[in-house]
Design a protein around this ligand. Structure first.
Ligand SMILES: NC(=O)c1ccc[n+]([C@@H]2O[C@H](COP(=O)([O-])OP(=O)(O)OC[C@H]3O[C@@H](n4cnc5c(N)ncnc54)[C@H](OP(=O)(O)O)[C@@H]3O)[C@@H](O)[C@H]2O)c1
Length: 226
């Protein structure tokens, strides 16, 4: 089941999956709305879902006071509310069956506060914490839960957030490393930048990590200064 707002994109993806012998169902829904969440849950009720990939989300960068508040609140709805609303019925389904997996997309920014992307980082801290807790809670039921915390990835993310990323990882690298980690640990840092930043900054005090990532984030919005 492929979920997003743009049906034509989902249908193109469905076609490419079909060419590889994988049957899919395209479900167009806005996960920023209660109706959209309900529509997706309704589709899963008659389907045995083996793996939930909680990836739908977006970010922003810039001064919190200058960012439009509606977009920031909607980000909480999509990144946190919808992800949780979908994880709940699917985890129940998997627990009853005694197997399954949840992969929740976190980020390197989710391990400390990050100036110039404070709300986005906070949504990822929520996802990271939720995954860590659920990983232990659902382990006795043989349901694997994984937080995937990449650094910059070359997707549509940067365009939507108006960020300029350098050295972004390829999505396929992130997907492969993430799937390989499922069932083996509760957090993976896929991609080179995530590992370098994660392990490099890991030993530093949280406040210092915030300052450093704030500088990194500031660098990603420098192009706006002209
Ligand atoms: N790219 C990075 O550098 C990076 C780094 C760390 C973590 N992440 C996380 O990785 C996840 C995937 O992002 P991405 O990099 O693949 O970005 P992306 O290319 O912009 O993809 C985001 C996906 O989420 C869907 N989506 C967004 N808003 C939605 C809504 N309201 N309702 C339903 N679907 C919605 C989009 O489909 P539609 O637009 O068609 O709705 C799209 O398929 C996100 O949670 C992001 O926070 C990304």
């Amino acid at each position: 089941m492929l979920v997003g707002r743009r049906l034509e994109r989902l249908e193109a993806q469905s076609k490419s999956c079909a060419a590889q012998g994988v049957e899919t169902l395209a479900v167009a829904a806005d996960l920023g709305t209660a109706d959209g969440i309900r529509a997706v849950i309704a589709e899963t009720e008659s389907t045995e879902v083996g793996l939930y990939f909680g990836a739908a989300g977006y970010g922003s960068a810039g001064s919190f006071c200058d960012l439009p508040i509606d977009d920031e609140l909607s980000m909480i709805d999509v990144n946190c509310r919808a992800l949780t609303a979908l994880a709940h019925p699917l985890a129940r389904q998997m627990r009853a069956r005694g197997r399954g997996g949840l992969i929740l997309m976190s980020s390197i920014v989710g391990f400390q506060g990050v100036p110039h992307s404070a709300n986005y980082a906070a949504t990822k801290a929520y996802v990271q914490s939720l995954a860590e807790g659920l990983a232990l809670e659902l382990k006795p039921d043989d349901v694997d839960v994984l937080a995937s915390a990449p650094g910059p990835v070359a997707t549509g993310f940067a365009r939507r957030a108006d960020m300029a990323m350098s050295g972004a990882a390829e999505p396929a690298t992130i997907a492969h490393e993430t799937l390989a980690a499922l069932g083996r640990r509760s957090t993976v840092r896929p991609g080179t930048q995530s590992k370098l930043l994660g392990y490099g900054l890991g030993a530093l005090p949280r406040a210092l990590r915030s300052r450093i990532l704030g500088q990194v984030m500031r660098g990603m919005t420098k192009h706006r200064d002209g």
